[in-house]
Write a protein that binds this ligand. Structure first.
Ligand code: ATP
Length: 374
């Protein structure tokens, strides 16, 4: 297996679309890195640049120690799995698995051995003699993965491989991919627009926006310390609430102005970057779980907010609340999203006013332009 490195890679298409800009990232040998971001952010283009299906217009792509910019896709020793399984319909699963090996001139016995080994790993041995049309979506996806696996490539590239599957199957195959990747120790780069898939699968996750990596880190660190408002709002379901607020110092702490209500912020939660300054405009970030029932957290400041909508999800309730000040969705700057609170039980109904406490330990601060303040 090999490491992959992109050094200041750019891709501008002939029509002038800059799909990838000055992108640098390293994937360690045996690591599973997920590229995640909204539609059109350049994820597939990055993968295609690594596969050699697109030529970079700037920078260097390395696989192992080797720059591969001038190496064709056939010589890069990577295997790609797409969302539309790309199985040959007229061949059985066995035929499909053996096909790439036949192309490489491997002997019959070796082809058979590798195809059966891949089928065993993926739990599709009993399907080897079937044709793709006689398979379910999940079985087809496993067969497509098998076809990548038999080649024993240096690097696996997966482009939204689960997006054609229903929600339950997606969760199951996601877990299978994670287990298989661990077992094989295969260097893998996985693309998805689904932040939950990214967070559960990736050893590290790179969040992309407009062809630029916003942040790359382990999922727990991305969640705990997003480097900007975009990452904060993109990760989590729902993502972080962002309120346009003015905060001002007062004796022993700070106050945040939330419309007609004000809340006290303990001095230790206010970023050092703001300390010593006067009143400032900030984006105050609160994850849905940062709103709790009164008394549910020490030092929680009370907020009363009208309920617009309530979603019962069994183990939790999402409350969509009237924001006391304007809110921000970095993905669509023209909208003003409601505040979302996640409660376990006892949530009020639409039309009622929710009596909530704000967990001071769960607050994040961003500059008005979105940069994290620490
Ligand atoms: P999605 O999640 O919707 O698949 P993505 O993040 O994978 O999106 P890309 O497919 O990499 O995004 O596309 C990135 C940008 O480059 C988009 O603006 C897209 O329209 C543009 N693009 C992709 N291929 C070409 C092309 N051949 N010519 C011109 N522009 C292109």
């Amino acid at each position: 297996m090999a490491a992959v490195a992109l050094e200041r890679v750019a891709k501008t298409f002939p029509d002038g679309t800059a799909a990838v800009r000055d992108l640098s990232l390293e994937v360690a040998d045996g690591e599973l890195v997920v590229l995640v971001g909204p539609s059109g952010c350049g994820k597939s283009t990055v993968l295609r640049l690594i596969a050699g299906l697109e030529a970079a217009t700037g920078g260097t792509v390395r696989i192992g120690d080797r720059p591969v910019n001038d190496t064709g896709p056939g010589e890069r020793d990577v295997a790609m799995v797409f969302q539309n399984y790309a199985l040959y319909p007229h061949m059985t699963v066995r035929g499909n698995l053996e096909f790439p090996l036949r192309m490489r001139g491997l002997g019959r016995a070796e082809r058979r051995r590798r195809a059966e080994e891949a089928a065993r790993l993926l739990g599709i041995t009993e399907l080897l003699e079937r044709r793709p049309k006689a398979l379910s979506g999940g079985q087809r996806q496993r067969a497509a993965m098998g076809r990548a696996l038999v080649r024993e490539p240096a690097v696996f590239l997966m482009d939204e491989p689960l997006s054609n599957l229903d929600a339950k199957l997606r969760v199951r195959i996601r877990a299978e991919i994670a287990a298989l990747q661990r077992r094989l120790g295969a260097t893998t780069i996985y693309v998805t627009h689904d932040q939950a898939e990214a967070m559960t699968l990736g050893h590290r996750v790179a969040v992309l926006r407009d062809g630029v990596v916003q942040q790359m880190d382990a999922p727990d660190r991305l969640y705990a310390a997003p480097s900007n408002a975009f990452v904060a709002a993109f990760l989590g379901s729902p993502g972080m609430n962002l309120l346009r607020t003015r905060i001002h110092p007062e004796a022993g702490g700070w106050r945040a102005e939330l419309g007609a209500q004000e809340v006290t912020l303990p001095v230790e939660v206010v970023p050092a970057a703001l300390a010593g300054g006067g009143p400032q405009e900030v984006l105050l970030g609160v994850r849905p779980e940062g709103f709790v029932v009164p008394g549910g957290v020490e030092g929680g400041e009370r907020l009363r907010l009208p309920v617009r909508m309530r979603e019962f999800l069994g183990h939790e309730i999402l409350l969509y609340l009237e924001p006391p000040v304007s809110t921000v969705d970095p993905e669509s700057p023209d909208t003003a999203p409601p505040l979302v609170a996640r409660l376990e039980k006892g949530a009020p109904q639409p039309g009622e006013v929710a009596d909530l406490a704000l967990d001071p330990g769960a607050l994040h601060f961003f500059a008005p332009d979105g940069a994290r303040l620490d």
